[in-house]
Design a protein around this ligand. Sequence first.
Ligand code: ADP
Ligand code: MG
Length: 348
Amino acid sequence: MNRRSISVVIIFVIFVSLSSCTIDNKAIKPLSKDGFMLGTFVVINLYDQKDEKIIDEVFERLREIENRMSVNIEDSDISLVNKNAGIKPVKVHQDVYYVLKKAKYYSEISGGAFEPTIGPLVNLWGIGTGNERVPSEEEIRKSLIKVDFNKLHLLGNNEVFLDEKDMMIDLGGIAKGYAADEAKKILLDRGVKSAIIDLGGNIYALGSKPDGTPWRLGIQNPMISRSRNKVSHIGIFDGKNISVVTSGDYERYFEENGIRYHHIIDSKTGFPARNNVAGISVLSQDSIDGDALSTALFVLGLDEGLKLAEKIDGVDVIYITKDMKIYISSNLRGKFEITNEEFEMMTP
Ligand code: ADP
Ligand code: MG
């Protein structure tokens, strides 16, 4: 958690001169507020409005979402569903029901690569908690039995039920995306036309830059840890009203005997997903889709992941592999510009 809290922002916004906060050489200072929420560092930047109340409203909404969805909050709807696993259905707020529906949908289309009942394994590994360790085979086996989205039931009247005791929903792979979408709604309602919503790696670039030109969005070099404060990107693209969500193995992890154990778990093995992917970024209209997909596509790996991404309308992806190659979905060809020569664009 600590490591993550200071080094979460995976994609960042580049301004015209590339010196971080200038446009046409005139400094533009956004109205900005940050805070720690939803387990991550949140920043809201408004470029065309000066009313702090707007940002406060966004933060209140984010807090509300966290209070309903966090497994770390004892009386959140999700915690209540988990406590009543195998006992009885629990009625949840519409926000939670909606996110669970999306979560189940992405589990289904990804064959369980996205797995919202991953909770027992997340707890077992404890990555980011300070108590991380490599569990025994036996422990993994026991937790694996409790992980299965088919045993998560979304009933009528917003009731939710987990079939077996000790099952646990964990929305860490999707809640931030939903939160970004809700933040965007508030900003649009208040007439904001130029803003960046940043929920630790979940970016929503609202509208355009204040001068009306598209945002220049950069994908961070996954080989360089942000904690060393070196912001470096491997490529950029232009976008308006777009969500960009990245999942990688380089933000929250621990190492033991030279092996990196990170926070995205493969529900088939019970181990952190192991493949050649260093980072996967998903571009979409709604951030909830990008969030669930970035997690799923990380687990699926390059070949299967690209195939799935190509089938989904309105979604583009950028895969970066550990051998410094870049694979993009067909829609992005000609729109993604590599800015770091150490990386090579591949055509699948
Ligand atoms: P981040 O939280 O770094 O933005 P992700 O969106 O990929 O990254 O979500 C990772 C989080 O999702 C983990 O911390 C955990 O709470 C949860 N998670 C881990 N593995 C899975 C999985 N296979 N499917 C769904 N959620 C997962
Ligand atoms: Mg995700």
